[in-house]
Design a protein around this ligand. Structure first.
Ligand SMILES: [Zn+2]
Ligand SMILES: [Zn+2]
Length: 379
């Protein structure tokens, strides 16, 4: 009898629970606010976010360069602890620590079932939902859609900081070399060494490239590029990158050129340094028109391949990437240069968007340390 009375009361309290979250209200308008704590429906889960980060794409959103609906919680990278499971989820328990990718495919539509997980739903970029079409990860709690396909359990011996960048930038950066099908001993150039470019450099090393060339002018990024696996870093403000790359490859050109900035100029450079039959693997996000100069494209007869890749997601992708970290094949923690609490995330946006103080990526801790339980993830 007492249960019958208590239970609806508890339910009502739970529904009115609020959480802190970063809300986008329009270009250059973001604020940490109280938002309703999400509740999971069928096939969904709610995780208590422990660590998140800010992506370059979030800065594009903030500046109004990538439109999302005002009122949306942004952010798309999260490690957290399962707080509540909706019906229809098996193999998970409340308390499991999980990594959720930026891309959350349904696993059941024709795009997913043909292997194009990131284009879930058959619309371009359809796999990217968090902080784009549904509330995102810069919050105390995150509703995970299609949770069965998207929650990867984090091994107890891995810290949140070791895996958070796998949700997006590392998955994206590595995908450039996977899409280009880099072969052992290939020469690879990675144009621009922002966080994604740095991960592409690390990916080239993982894939067994021979010569790895990076281009970058920012001193912090140049240094990090060498740490991530580049053999040579060319500064485009000091050197003729195209000429230098031809010299470094004995006039052969590189097998794979990775474009990691998203400008006409860097796209052209990538084409001009490719050997005939080589692959331009593009990660950049372009705006306006992208032109292919025919002189750099052998009038269309050079057998060049141009491939583009959106961040791969889903739990199997996350599991594999975590295995790389766990077996010490790659360490991404040096990229996390700054840490902020969620309450100060707007300061973190300011630092990150202005690229001040040597920032590469910011770690955003969403809970007060005293509220955090000990990690209880399982393999
Ligand atoms: Zn991102
Ligand atoms: Zn799908």
């Amino acid at each position: 009898m007492s249960h019958a009375i208590l239970s609806p009361t508890l339910q009502a309290d739970h529904k009115t629970e609020s959480m802190k979250a970063l809300v986008f209200h329009g270009p250059n308008q973001i604020a940490v606010e109280n938002m309703p704590r999400p509740r999971p429906g069928y096939g969904e889960a709610v995780i208590r976010v422990t660590l998140t980060t800010i992506c370059g794409t979030d800065v594009h959103i903030l500046r109004g360069e990538y439109p999302v609906e005002p009122g949306l919680i942004i952010g798309h990278e999260a490690v957290g602890i399962i707080d509540e499971l909706g019906p229809g989820i098996s193999g998970y328990a409340v308390g499991d620590r999980v990594l959720v990718g930026a891309i959350t495919p349904c696993g059941q539509c024709s795009s997913c079932l043909t292997g194009n997980w990131s284009q879930c739903g058959g619309v371009p970029i359809g796999g990217w939902k968090f902080g784009n079409t549904i509330n995102g990860a810069q919050a105390e709690y995150l509703l995970v859609p299609y949770a069965q396909a998207n929650m990867a359990k984090v091994a107890a011996d891995l810290r949140d900081e070791q895996v958070i960048l796998l949700a997006d930038i590392a998955s994206t950066g590595f995908s450039a070399v996977e899409s280009a099908d880099v072969q052992l001993g290939d020469s690879v150039v990675v144009i621009a060494q922002g966080p994604i470019g740095l991960c592409a450099t690390a990916g080239a090393k993982l894939k067994g490239a021979g010569l790895i060339i990076a281009t970058e002018s920012n001193p912090v990024r140049k240094k990090m590029s060498l740490k991530m696996g580049a053999d040579v870093v060319l500064d485009p403000t000091l050197a003729d990158v195209t000429a230098e790359i031809h010299k470094l490859t004995n006039d052969r050109g590189v097998d794979v050129a990775i474009e990691a900035l998203g400008t006409q100029a860097t796209f052209e450079t990538a084409l001009r340094v490719l050997r005939p039959g080589g692959t331009l693997s593009s990660l950049g996000v372009y705006s306006g028109k992208l032109n292919i100069p025919v002189d750099a494209f052998a009038a269309g007869l050079g057998d060049y391949k141009i491939v583009t890749t959106l961040c791969p997601g889903g739990k199997e992708r996350m599991r594999r990437l975590m295995e790389l970290v766990r077996q010490k094949r790659v360490d991404l923690t040096p990229l996390l240069t700054h840490t902020f609490p969620l309450s100060q995330i707007t300061d973190a946006y300011s630092l990150f968007s202005r690229q001040e103080d040597g920032v590469l990526k910011v770690a955003i801790k969403t809970q007060e340390p005293k509220l955090l339980k000990a990690n209880n993830g399982q393999c």
